[in-house]
Design a protein around this ligand. Sequence first.
Ligand code: CA
Ligand code: CA
Length: 472
Amino acid sequence: MIRKVSCLFVFTVMLLVCAGPFFPASAIALTSTEGVNVTATIVDFGFQPSEGTFTVGETFELEVTMSPASLIQATEFKVKYDPNYLSAVPVSSGDKGLYFQPGSPFADIESVKNEVLSNADGSKDIWFVGAWLGATTYTSTTNNVIGKIKFQVVKEGSTDVAFSFNQLVDNQVLEVPSQGSPAHLTLVAGDGPGISILSTEEVVAPGLEFKVKVFIENVEDLYAASFDIKYDPERLTAVKVEEGAFAVGTPLVNMIDPVEGLVSYGQTKIGAVSGVSGEGVFAWVTFKANTAEAITQLNFQPTGDMFFDSTGAPMENVAMSGASVYVQNKGAIYGTVTMKNINEKNNIGIDITVTPTDPVRETETGPGGYYQVSGLADNSYKVVATRLGYLMRESDYYPSAVGAPVNVNLELLFGDVDNNDVINMADIVALAIVYNNLPSGKEYYDYNYNNKVDMQDLVNIALNYNKKYVPK
Ligand SMILES: [Ca+2]
Ligand SMILES: [Ca+2]
């Protein structure tokens, strides 16, 4: 059985091995000896720990192990993970991927690839390609830690980290048979205070703005809160920070350092009052992507304590969770969805669907009703905006192409409270019979956000009388 070693891999090995001063073989000899080392035992790639339970927001390491092995000259492997559950954390070099500690058998390996790829199915691969230079090889009969990967838990659930590809060659550039074993992870919600960055989009287009939420959870008596988000100023531009619905107090810090790549924001209550409890969106941060084909990280970089209670004491063990964004130069649709006569803050959270897409591409609006859906193939698309209590709205079809983002703005009309795609007397009656009240579950009857059904709510239905949903 002859198994083909990948071209990149062979090229890598040729390049690195031939660069070494002591290795006598020529490049031609290396390529002609492709095949399988039939005498080698199967090498196991694995993780340590191979199973474990971690808490949302917690950062942990998985060690990549390899055993046994002899005369290994080079390796290529991909570690696959689900970014819905895990985020790969940059290590000291500033890169995501594998990292090595002094004394590790891989510490002196020459890596040519150590990066994160986004796959079409939504998963990600940490792709590592590397070789020992010249006559140096790697031999071990024991389970050796060849590198470490740092992850942060994004949300609760269970997920596997697995080898989606693994390949080894020995010093004759013969493939050494290998196999990979996954790590099974259980991810549980934390019960302590937490702060996380949640991007409304995982894929964004260069030149367009996108918004991320800063979400606070599990807090009691939170009197003051602040955060510092580190971003890569070469890849992103920070535009602004806006307060979210979960206000802690008065905004006193709101700064962007475009040189360091740091967004700083904080609120505090004033005087002898208690703090807030619960969870919600503390702030929205708007970024713009500068360059395409890059995965870039947003992470908290605290300069001190982030949360304080009303006694002035800092809260301990605040769980922090960052986000990664893939800037991709493909088709994109962006715009705003507005609702007449409403404070633009309330345009947040309108559901957006871009169709036809498979899987369906959905998002929600941020402050100002802004949305972006990127990573679209060349095609024509329409945008559908929906919100409970409002008439569903669709745009015309627009062609999408690389480098030409399409601006699609929509306005939602209030009044279809029974959700049957027409605004008529039945909608008015539904509000009229609960006049001066606001029944639980019917909060969307309250058009002007004054916590009761009043004449202004009714008049705004009447203004849109006989309007219908028009499919495009
Ligand atoms: Ca209706
Ligand atoms: Ca009202």
